[in-house]
Design a protein around this ligand. Structure first.
Ligand SMILES: NC(=O)CC[C@H](N)C(=O)O
Length: 196
């Protein structure tokens, strides 16, 4: 199982380490031709405006959308969640237009720029120590989206089929459970492919 981490900007190395500890072969990817060999992709946190601009500059948006159409799981964390969203508040055109969610950026306000909270995440953990850094949250989800976690009534993790999103940074803790959930999604997509 080979999982790529989009390495244009942001928390790349941390994702690679934790993916490897979760049983995947992980590699940093920067070019469209590297996407072809992958079974899944992580889009890390960082600055969504910068990553979005580089995505367009390097012609990566369409190949990533193709990965999704090919049934390969994609996991966006923090800025990555903003990048995969179909709707972002204040933005006319979404970046990758994949997941049926509406996202609000920097949504926890100035007092809470960065903080930790213990989350109950459906199917993953009931005590996940989550690190939030200038985090977005999900304001609205479409009918095919399963809400996995909320904090103060705000949606902070969700799944839609092969798409997974977290408003926080699971790569910054020592807890493998969120990444293991994703590598299991990748494993399941491979099994589905073999059976079809
Ligand atoms: N830690 C993060 O990824 C922050 C996301 C950032 N606030 C953005 O809008 O892109």
């Amino acid at each position: 199982m080979k999982v790529g981490v989009l390495a244009l900007q942001g928390a790349v190395r941390e994702h690679i380490h934790i993916l490897e500890r979760s049983g995947a072969a992980a590699t940093a990817v920067k070019r469209a031709d590297q996407l072809r060999d992958l079974d899944g992709l992580v889009i890390p946190g960082g600055e969504s405006t910068t990553i979005g601009k580089l995505l367009r500059e390097y012609d990566l948006a369409e190949p990533i959308m193709q990965m999704h159409r090919d049934g390969k799981p994609i996991f966006g964390t923090c800025a990555g969640l903003i990048l995969i969203a179909r709707r972002v508040e204040g933005l006319d055109t979404p970046h990758l237009d994949l997941m049926d969610i509406t996202v609000k950026r920097n949504a926890f306000g100035r007092q809470r720029e960065s903080f930790e909270a213990s989350l109950n995440i459906a199917g993953i953990a009931d005590n996940f120590q989550a690190v939030f850094i200038r985090a977005p949250y999900i304001e609205e989800v479409g009918p095919g989206v399963e809400v996995l976690a909320e904090l103060d009534g705000k949606i902070v993790a969700a799944r839609q089929g092969t798409l997974l999103a977290a408003a926080f940074h699971p790569e910054l803790t020592d807890d493998l459970r969120f990444h293991s959930y994703f590598t299991k999604m990748v494993q399941e997509s491979l099994v589905t492919k073999v059976n079809n």
